[in-house]
Design a protein. Structure first.
Length: 321
């Protein structure tokens, strides 16, 4: 199995030579072809120059992709995946917090038949209040919402079989949700405790605000996982629920008029019920528009609504592997 390691780089000039050494140190002991794709995400220090030097000095193993400006970690990772050729794709950070020594153990797990090996920083070396604690809460929330239970979605060091990672595009801060997507298309996932070092050079690019972004992304992910092919169930369901509440309210108002003679218009609920009907109707219409979008999405790109694991025809595998 050939290995591609994808590393986004943003202002990490001091770490890069050590990272390159560490990769060689571990991966040269393996009997497998490997490449590292270093993506410079618009660094303002010397990172890009260093990457170019490494790519020229070590053409067999180093590929460098220099982006025009800072796009963010997820986008840099996406660029790396687009340039990768390996059958196994490993993501990690450039800042030496992840350690390549864990890679052979991850590959062994893939050999056992898993599709995703998710690193877990069981002894995380980051600020507790602003990073580790919010991250723990986010991990429980993401596990609960997506149904894919992992201790550490935020750990970048993860290994994937190529086919579970190349089927979709990454937006926002979404690289952490790749295991959840992979899980939804039936990938076998295993967790592996990995080493984590404190940052030696430079400083972290993130703080508490990241947790808010992660929670917002989680809404998108949940929607896409559960309703991407049937949005009318969500919008229409909400619409019908609103209309039902409205109908019950109206009925009660009418009963009150008949039994006690109180005028319907004396209750504020009359106006509320009218609004609920309108909102419910609009929600159903939005669901219909979303249904059109789903069809455009799949049919304009000839994208199937399923993913094939294996296919056999005439006694041979016909799924191209
Ligand atoms: N990174 C990037 N673009 C950005 C921010 C970060 O490519 O806009 C890279 C950064 O160089 C590092 C990785 O993403 O390799 C993780 O960043 P960081 O170490 O700051 O995050 P933390 O480990 O503190 O969560
Ligand atoms: Mg880091």
């Amino acid at each position: 199995m050939s290995i591609s390691i994808i590393i986004p780089v943003y202002n990490e000039e001091e770490s890069l030579p050590l990272l390159h050494q560490a990769l060689h140190h571990t991966l040269d002991t393996l009997d497998q072809p490997w490449e590292v794709i270093l993506v410079d995400d618009g660094s303002r220090d010397k990172s890009a120059e260093i990457l170019e030097t490494l790519a020229l000095a070590d053409p067999e193993h180093v590929r460098a992709v220099i982006l025009r400006r800072n796009f963010g970690q997820t986008t840099a990772i996406a660029a790396g995946i687009d340039h990768a050729t390996g059958e196994v794709i490993i993501l990690m950070d450039a800042d030496l917090q992840n350690d390549p020594v864990d890679i052979p153990r991850m590959l062994a797990k893939l050999d056992e038949g898993y599709d995703v090996v998710s690193g877990w920083r069981f002894d995380r070396q980051d600020e507790f209040v602003t990073r580790t604690l919010p991250s723990r809460m986010a991990n429980s929330l993401i596990s609960w919402v997506t149904g894919v239970h992992l201790h550490d979605y935020g750990c970048t060091l993860k290994a994937y079989r190529r086919e579970v990672i190349t089927g979709f595009r990454l937006y926002g801060e979404m690289h952490r949700f790749i295991p959840a997507y992979a899980g939804s298309v039936g990938a076998k996932i295993v967790e592996l405790p990995v080493t984590h070092h404190a940052r030696r050079f430079g400083k972290t690019k993130y703080g508490l605000e990241r947790t808010a972004k992660v929670v917002l992304d989680l809404f998108t992910v949940k929607f896409l996982l559960s309703f991407a092919q049937k949005p009318i169930y969500l919008f229409g369901g909400a619409g019908l629920a609103l209309m039902a509440i409205s109908a019950i309210g109206m009925l009660l108002l009418m009963l009150r008029r008949i039994l006690f003679g109180t005028f319907v218009l004396t209750s504020p609920f009359f106006i509320i019920a009218v609004m609920l009907v309108m909102m419910g109707f609009q929600s159903i219409l939005m669901g219909l528009i979303a249904e059109l979008l789903v069809r455009t999405y799949h049919e304009s790109q000839a994208k199937p609504t399923y993913t094939v694991k294996k296919a056999w025809a005439n006694g041979t595998r016909s799924d191209g592997r």
